[in-house]
Design a protein around this ligand. Structure first.
Ligand code: ZN
Length: 56
């Protein structure tokens, strides 16, 4: 099974979550990184098996 996880494009941390507070119906989802404070619409998606490569 191929599982994808989302990681921060800035610090490669998987500690990234959707910020739903300000998002309305017509707004794209915005992501927030808990580690470096990145906020944006762009995230990286990697295979869960590649996760080791991105470990800090
Ligand atoms: Zn980050």
């Amino acid at each position: 099974m191929l599982v994808k996880i989302s990681i921060c494009p800035k610090c490669k941390s998987p500690d990234i979550r959707l910020s739903n507070s300000a998002a309305g119906m017509f707004l794209p989802e915005q992501w927030v990184c808990d580690k470096c404070g990145y906020e944006g619409y762009m995230i990286l998606e990697i295979d869960v098996k590649d996760k080791e490569k991105f470990k800090a």
